[in-house]
Design a protein around this ligand. Structure first.
Ligand code: NAP
Length: 254
């Protein structure tokens, strides 16, 4: 089995991507900043599955962190699946959050995805085989006033992935944007976001999101919106006139 590289693999969706890929027999390279948590995640996966798991500690906001992960994507043994999963949201009013926080959000959610996808596609294309899975969000389909830069960053990830999948059609390399809705992970806690207004029925389980996202990626789908309820919401959002969609989002606030 070739190897899969997962960013943001120390918690939430990334840790679940690692578990499900390992269960399918993939060797792994796990990337995040916190080396202790990465080692714990790696030990858990090694104990549960007979696969090789390497840990690569890297801050993907930095040039050095991106360059070290890009080097691994270009090296042997070849990476057959790249999951660009690491991402953050600020959930703070634009202009109130420091500019540095907004820039770091773009660096991680957009620039790192661009750089690592570039490294992966450069290596995969001559082999005629590979999968890039870019974790985006349903937030990229709507203008969210409470998470402005985040919405825009995920719109970029989705369109980038869809456009690249068209360019790579027939090459043996597929690109999939996986767009989850609200999912129980550490994401909102890290952003100190108050999510009490989001009803329980709108929350997804990371296992279901990753199962559906991987199934869509392995059949080469350019876009994956896990769960029927979020597929329906994205369909409605796309069909609404933009002024109506903006009015709804203005009322929702987040
Ligand atoms: P999470 O539990 O907070 O996990 C985020 C992961 O990213 C952690 O492993 C974290 O590890 C890593 N990370 C953060 N900053 C990093 C950096 N600068 N360099 C390298 N790694 C970094 O959140 P999650 O929900 O699983 O988020 C995964 C993806 O899903 C994100 O792209 C997010 O936008 C997307 N998403 C989440 C939701 C949701 O409701 N949870 C919905 C839609 C989309 P370290 O702190 O150790 O670096």
């Amino acid at each position: 089995m070739p190897t899969a590289l997962v960013t943001g693999a120390s918690s939430g969706l990334g840790a679940e991507f690692a578990r499900q890929l390992a269960a399918a027999g993939w060797d792994l390279v796990l990337v995040a900043r916190d080396v202790d948590r990465l080692e714990t995640a790696a030990a858990e996966v090694r104990a549960a599955h007979k696969v090789t798991v390497d840990v690569l500690a890297a801050d993907l906001v930095t040039d050095d962190g991106c360059a070290r992960v890009a080097s691994r994507l270009a090296a042997d043994p070849p990476i057959g699946v790249l999951v660009n999963n690491a991402g953050v949201g600020t959930y703070r009013a634009f202009g109130e959050a420091e500019l540095e926080a907004e820039e770091q959000q773009l660096d991680l959610n957009v620039r790192a995805v661009l750089r690592l996808t570039h490294a992966a596609v450069t290596a995969m294309r001559p082999r005629g085989d590979g999968r890039v899975v870019n974790v985006s969000s349903v937030a990229g389909f709507v203008p969210r006033p409470g998470n402005v830069t985040y919405s825009a960053s995920k719109a970029w990830v989705t369109i980038f992935s869809e456009a690249l999948s068209l360019q790579l059609a027939g090459s043996g390399v597929s690109v999939t944007a996986v767009c989850p809705g609200f999912t129980h992970t550490e994401f909102h806690e890290r952003a100190s976001a108050d999510m009490s207004s989001v009803p329980e029925r709108m929350w997804l389980d990371a296992r279901d999101v990753v199962r559906e996202g991987l199934a869509d990626a392995f059949r080469g789908a350019p876009l994956s919106v896990p769960s029927k309820r979020y597929k329906a919401l994205v369909g409605v959002a796309g069909a609404l006139p933009r002024p109506v969609l903006r009015a709804i989002m203005a009322r929702r606030g987040m």
